[in-house]
Structures are given as C-alpha cells and as structure tokens.
Design a protein around this ligand. Structure first.
Ligand code: PZK
Length: 286
C-alpha cells in the first residue's frame, strides 16, 4: 500500500504522487477478460508485469530514455519520473489482430495504412505499422490516421514518436521471437520531460499492453491462443457467461495455470528465474 496521494487509476493499476517530480505506479494482481475485471486475482501477476516492464526499459535505453527511476522491493511498484504525457496511444502492429483486423475487413486499411488485399486474421503484415489511437476516458480508444494524430501532437513530434515506436517494436519483437513468443502488437505511451525530450512511460511490452502469442501454436486465419489469458478465456466461454459485469470467479486450476503462464513469459523473456526477481527486483535492470 502507499501513503502517497492517489492521482489516477487504470483498469488494473494505480498511480500515486510521490512529490512534484515523481510518481509511483503500482500493478495489482487483477485480471480482465472481455473488458471485464474478474473478482478473482492471479497471484504475482502485477509483479510479473512490473518486472517485465523494468526489463524492457533497461534494454531499450539505447533507443529512447524512459521514466523508470527504481523498482521497489515489493516487486509491483515502479518509481518513475513525472512526464507531460502525449494525448495519443502509440500502437505498433506486426500482425493483423483486434481492431486492426476489424478496420481492415471494413475498408482495407488501418489508420490510413492501405494494406494488401486478401490478408487473413492474425496474418503477419508486410512490415510493422504505426497505428495511433485517441485516449478514450471511457470505453474504447479510437484508431486515428496520421492527419488526426498530427493535429494532437504536431508533425515533428508525430514523426519522432512513430520512428521511436517502430524501433522499439522491432527490437522487442525480434528479442521475443527468439524466445518463442510472438509480440503481435503493442501499445506504448510517451511523454515529455521538462526539457521537451521524448520519454517512454507507462508499462512496456507486457502481456497487458501487447498481444503475446506462443510461436509454436501460431497459424494465420483465426485467433491464436493468448500466451497468458487463454485458460481464463476458455473457462469463461465454457460457462456461457454474457461478458457483462460482474464476471465469474475463477477455479483454482485456472488461477494456477494462468499464474504459470505469466511466470513462464517472464522467465522466457528475461532469462531469469522468477524467484530471483522476487528476492531482488533490481535483477531485471542489470
Ligand atoms: C500517467 N497514466 C496512465 C497508468 C494509472 C494511470 N510517468 C508519467 N508521468 C505522468 N503521467 C503518467 C506517467 C506514467 N506512466 C500515466 N496517467 C498518467 C495510468 C497506470 C495507472 F492509474
């Protein structure tokens, strides 16, 4: 828990002010599926996501500075620099899934990127594309084209953010692919420091901000299993739940299986034992 003033909530995370220049980002063990937060938690999920973000921040500093100052000993709390966040979600897609697939089916393009004809669901794109979205206060983010994004951040900043997001995705997706995980797409958030420099914020390349697919089960033309949430989705589908709040409680085997998948993603990507992270979260930064 934190004594610091609460300044924001995400679906499964909380944000606190430490002082004028620093925030504390705390990742809970809550899990959402079909956009509903379930009543059952996944033990250590917040620690896995915090550790993975820290790992990626440490390994991408050569591409762009980031907001991370330090990981707390609880393993789920990140002290970070307070930034002026840009008003767009910076999504990069290497594969055609989610709203990208929907938009492509409806009109052959995604955020103004005209794509080849005949692509199937989950297919790899000829090259990754930058597909920004607005930050919806409630409901779903809306995909926008370059012109709309330039109106929000300016042309120079747009070009910088696009190039940086594509470079980050290329680095992380290559790294993950070598470890058996496809990073189908990812959502990044950037801010500006006091000198107007671009800084990567939020979380980075976690299963909550990216689609993780097991490479050995990938096939285009359908919905590949989610690396982390497939047991939860399958269980929820088996109930015939209507996907409105409140969601169902999860049985112990689904909780344990899902926790195992999060830990497996952590260990495959970082090359570290999760127990070593729990003993000293700083290991992911070294
Ligand atoms: C910031 N969010 C979204 C994320 C929440 C809310 N470094 C930063 N500086 C200033 N603002 C933010 C950040 C970051 N990260 C992020 N809203 C503001 C958000 C997680 C939990 F409650």
């Amino acid at each position: 828990m934190s004594d610091a003033p609460h300044v924001g909530s995400g679906k499964v995370r909380e944000l606190y002010a430490l002082d004028d220049s620093r925030l504390l980002l705390v990742a809970s063990d809550r899990i959402s599926t079909f956009d509903v937060i379930l009543p059952t938690e996944i033990p250590d999920k917040g620690r896995v996501l915090t550790g993975l973000s820290g790992f990626w921040f440490a390994r991408t500093e050569h591409l762009v500075p980031n907001h991370l100052l330090e990981l707390r000993d609880d393993g789920r709390s990140t002290e970070c620099r307070r930034l002026e966040m840009l008003p767009i979600e910076c999504v990069v897609r290497g594969y055609l899934a989610g709203s990208g697939w929907k938009d492509y089916r409806a009109g052959g393009e995604v955020c103004g990127h005209r794509l080849p004809e005949g692509l199937v669901e989950s297919e790899q794109l000829p090259r990754p594309i930058f597909t920004p979205a607005t930050k919806a206060q409630t409901g779903h983010d809306e995909n926008i084209d370059r012109t709309a994004a330039v109106e929000l951040v300016g042309e120079e900043r747009f070009d910088e953010v696009e190039a940086t997001a594509l470079a980050l995705y290329a680095f992380a997706s290559d790294y993950a692919r070598e470890r058996g995980i496809i990073l189908a797409d990812t959502k990044l958030e950037f801010g500006l420091d006091g000198d107007g420099r671009l800084v990567l914020g939020d979380e980075a390349f976690t299963p909550d901000s990216s689609r993780f697919w097991p490479a050995d089960e990938y096939a285009p033309g359908g919905t590949p299993p989610s690396f982390d949430k497939q047991f939860v989705r399958d269980y929820c589908e088996s109930l015939g739940w209507d996907k409105t709040d409140p969601g169902p409680e999860l049985p112990a085997d689904v909780v344990e299986g899902t926790r195992g998948r999060y830990v497996e993603a952590f260990e495959r990507l970082t090359g570290l034992a999760f127990a070593d992270y729990l003993a000293d979260p700083g290991v992911v930064l070294r």
